[in-house]
Design a protein. Structure first.
Length: 153
C-alpha cells in the first residue's frame, strides 16, 4: 500500500511514525484543510506532470495554480498533467494521496516557491486519508526536490 511505502521512505529521516491517518478524506485541498483545521494554503498539494525528460511532480501551496507561461519558461514545454490512471502508474500513489515520498526512480520532484511563505506545510502521505506535517527544511530534505517558481502571482 502507498501509505506504507511513504512511511518506509520517511523512516530514513526519522519521520516514519509522523504520518497522520485521518478518519475522513484528505483527498482535496479543502477536505485536508478541514480535517486538519488549517488554512487551505498550508496544504502542500502534489501535482503530476509529463515533461520532455519524463514524469515529474510539483509540490505547491494548496491555493496556488500553475502559471502556464512560468511553467514553459522553467521546463521548456507546455504543462501536461497526468490522468488519474497515469498518476497512479507513474508515482505509485493514488490521486488524493500523491506525495513526493517513496516515488519510483526517474520521477523528478520540484518544490514551488509558493510554499516558502509557511513555516510548516501538510503534504499527502500516500493515500487520500493521510498527510504529514513538515517544516520547509524537512520537506526539502525528504523530497530531494529542486525549487521552481511556476505558481500564478
Amino acid at each position: 500500500m502507498s501509505v506504507e511505502r511513504a512511511a518506509e521512505y520517511l523512516a530514513q529521516f526519522g519521520l516514519g511514525d509522523a504520518i497522520l491517518v485521518m478518519d475522513g478524506s484528505t483527498a482535496t485541498v479543502d477536505l485536508a484543510a478541514q480535517a486538519l483545521g488549517v488554512e487551505p494554503a498550508r496544504i502542500a498539494k502534489t501535482l503530476a506532470f509529463q515533461q520532455k525528460e519524463g514524469p515529474a511532480v510539483i509540490v505547491m501551496c494548496g491555493t496556488a495554480r500553475v502559471d502556464n507561461k512560468k511553467y514553459k519558461a522553467a521546463f521548456g514545454c507546455k504543462a501536461k498533467m497526468l490522468s488519474f490512471e497515469e498518476t497512479l502508474a507513474v508515482t505509485g500513489h493514488p490521486v488524493g494521496g500523491v506525495c513526493p515520498f517513496g516515488l519510483p526512480e526517474g520521477v523528478k520532484v520540484y518544490l514551488d516557491q509558493s510554499l516558502r511563505q509557511f513555516e510548516t506545510v501538510y503534504p499527502a502521505a500516500g493515500s487520500p486519508h493521510s498527510c504529514i506535517k513538515l517544516t520547509i527544511p524537512q520537506l526539502e530534505q525528504t523530497s530531494h526536490g529542486s525549487w521552481v517558481d511556476v505558481a500564478q502571482d
